[in-house]
Design a protein. Structure first.
Length: 449
C-alpha cells in the first residue's frame, strides 16, 4: 500500500462513547434553510425544476439579484422550539442544520463576513436558538458546512494562476476562521457534516484540511466528522488512495441506499434523503414523486438493518415554517416510531440471510432480534433461515407480546412463522425473536430479556 501522510488515520470503526452514541441514533433530521427558501424554486414568475438551494446557479437566475435576497430575510414564523418538538415527536435522535450552504450566506453572526443574518431585517442568530432548542429536548445537533462558497472572493473551484493560489490562501484562512468560530460559539455541537468539497482546488489541500480537522477535534474532543471533509495526498476523498475510509463514517449515501452489507464495507455510514426526488431547500412546487411515510420508514429500517443511520430532510419556507407535507410525514413516522422504536434505537445489522418479507435488526446490547415486515407473503408464511445451532425460543409480536408464535421447522435451520395477517394491516409489523443458541455467541453474551 501507498505511504500516505494525509490518508486514513484510523482503520476500522471508532469505538469511543461519542461514536457509540452516533452509531445508535437510527433516525436523524436534516434541515436545509437559507436565502434559497425565499424564492422557493421560482424567480420572476419562472419555475426552476432543479434543486431549490442551487437556484443561484441555474441559468436565468441573475446572481446579483440572488445575492440581494438577504435584504428580504425576515422569517417571522421561525420557531426553533416548535421545530425541536416536532423532531422529538418524530423520533429523531440527531439533527443536522445548514449553517452555510454553497451560496455562502451564514445563519450565524460571523465575525469574518458581512453576508450573514446580522445584516438582514431579521438580524438575529438562527443557529444558536436551534442548538439550544434541540439540546433542550435531547436531540444532538450537528452542523452542516459547505466549503464551497460562491460569495467569498477567494473561493476557487480550481487553482490555475498565481492569483488563484493567493486568493485561495485567503479563502482557506476564512474557512478555518469560520469553522473554529462555529465550534467556539456552539460548543455542544457533536459533529460537522461537510459538503462542497469536490472541487479540484480543495482536493489539493490535504495538509491544510488534515491540520484543520486535528484543530477542530482538539477544540471539541470526540467531535464527529464524516468522510466528505478532507482529501488525501492524491486528492482522494471518502476513501484514501489505499481504499481506507477517511473520517469517522461514510457520507457517500446521498439520496441512495446500499443494497447489501458488503457495500457498506463494514463502516459506519449515514444516508441523507430528500422527501421529493431532489429538493433539499424549500421549493414551493414539488413535482414528481413525493415519498410516503411508508417509503421513508422502509428506508430508515433498511439503513438500520445495514448498520447505518437514516437522515430525513426538511426544508422550511422563507417565513420559517415547516411545510404541511413534512409535518404530516413527521407525524406518521412518529406514530410508527412510538410503537416500534425498540427495533431501531441501538440496533444494527444481523448476519442472517436477508428474506423477501423485509429486514432484520439486532439490538446491540440485548441481542434481541427484530423482523420488520414490509412485504407479507400471500400465504402468511414468513421464512427464516438461521445460522447453525441457533434455535428460536421466544417469538412474539412487538405490539403485543402475548401474541407469540411457534416457528414451524421446515429444514435444518429453516423455519416458517405463520403470521395471521389481516387486510387492515397497513404499516410495517415487528416480530421479536429472542434466540438462544447452544453456544452463546461471545459477542452477544446474550441475556434473557
Ligand atoms: C450533484 O451535485 C450536488 C452537489 C451538492 C449537493 C448538495 N448536497 C446535499 C446534502 C444538499 O446540500 C445539496 O445541495 C447535491 C448535489
Amino acid at each position: 500500500s501507498l505511504t500516505l501522510k494525509h490518508g486514513a488515520h484510523r482503520l476500522g470503526k471508532r469505538t469511543d462513547p461519542m461514536m457509540e452514541r452516533w452509531r445508535n441514533y437510527g433516525l436523524g433530521q436534516f434541515i436545509h434553510w437559507g436565502l434559497y427558501a425565499i424564492p422557493g424554486g421560482h424567480w420572476n414568475g419562472a419555475y426552476y425544476g432543479g434543486a431549490a438551494e442551487w437556484i443561484r446557479a441555474w441559468k436565468g437566475m441573475p446572481n446579483e439579484q440572488y445575492d440581494n435576497l438577504y435584504k428580504e430575510f425576515d422569517p417571522a414564523e421561525f420557531d426553533p422550539k416548535a421545530w425541536a418538538e416536532q423532531a422529538k415527536d418524530m423520533g429523531a435522535k440527531y439533527m443536522i442544520i445548514t449553517t452555510k450552504h454553497h451560496d455562502g450566506f451564514c445563519l450565524w453572526p460571523s465575525e469574518f463576513t458581512d453576508y450573514d443574518v446580522t445584516n438582514t431585517p431579521y438580524g438575529n442568530d438562527i443557529i444558536g436558538p436551534l442548538v439550544e432548542a434541540y439540546d433542550a429536548v435531547g436531540i444532538d445537533v450537528y452542523l452542516y458546512f459547505s466549503v464551497m462558497d460562491w460569495n467569498h472572493p477567494g473561493y476557487r473551484s480550481k487553482l490555475e494562476t498565481i492569483n488563484d493560489k493567493e486568493a485561495y490562501e485567503e479563502f482557506k484562512e476564512f474557512t478555518r476562521n469560520q469553522l473554529l468560530e462555529l465550534l467556539e460559539r456552539y460548543p455542544t455541537t457533536k459533529g460537522l457534516w461537510f459538503d462542497g468539497t469536490w472541487d479540484a482546488a480543495w482536493k489539493e489541500q490535504a495538509d491544510f484540511a488534515d491540520n484543520l480537522a486535528t484543530e477542530m477535534r482538539e477544540m471539541i474532543p470526540g467531535l464527529i466528522i464524516g468522510s466528505r471533509f478532507r482529501p488525501d495526498d492524491y486528492g482522494n476523498r471518502h476513501f484514501d488512495s489505499n481504499g481506507d475510509l477517511m473520517g469517522d463514517y461514510e457520507q457517500g449515501w446521498e439520496r441512495k441506499l446500499p443494497e447489501t452489507y458488503e457495500e457498506t464495507k463494514g463502516n459506519d455510514w449515514d444516508c441523507v434523503m430528500t422527501v421529493p426526488e431532489n429538493q433539499w431547500g424549500y421549493h414551493s412546487d414539488w413535482r414528481g414523486h413525493v415519498k410516503t411515510s411508508y417509503e421513508l420508514i422502509e428506508m430508515l429500517v433498511k439503513s438500520v438493518s445495514l448498520d447505518g443511520n437514516f437522515v430525513m430532510n426538511f426544508g422550511p419556507n422563507g417565513q420559517g415554517e415547516i411545510r404541511q407535507e413534512e409535518t404530516q410525514l413527521a407525524k406518521e413516522i412518529g406514530e410508527w416510531m412510538d410503537k416500534n422504536n425498540e427495533a431501531i434505537y441501538g440496533c444494527g445489522y444481523l448476519d442472517w440471510e436477508k428474506q423477501d418479507w423485509g429486514y432484520y435488526t439486532k439490538d446491540r446490547q440485548t441481542g434481541k432480534i427484530y423482523m420488520i415486515v414490509f412485504n407479507r407473503p400471500l400465504n402468511g408464511a414468513l421464512k427464516i433461515k438461521t445460522p447453525d445451532k441457533v434455535s428460536l425460543d421466544k417469538v412474539y409480536s412487538l405490539k403485543d407480546s402475548s401474541q407469540s408464535f411457534v416457528p414451524e421447522e421446515i429444514h435444518k435451520n429453516e423455519f416458517f412463522i405463520h403470521y395471521p395477517f389481516s387486510e387492515h394491516i397497513d404499516s410495517p409489523i415487528v416480530i421479536v425473536i429472542e434466540p438462544s443458541s447452544n453456544e452463546i455467541d461471545q459477542n452477544n453474551s446474550y441475556q434473557k430479556a
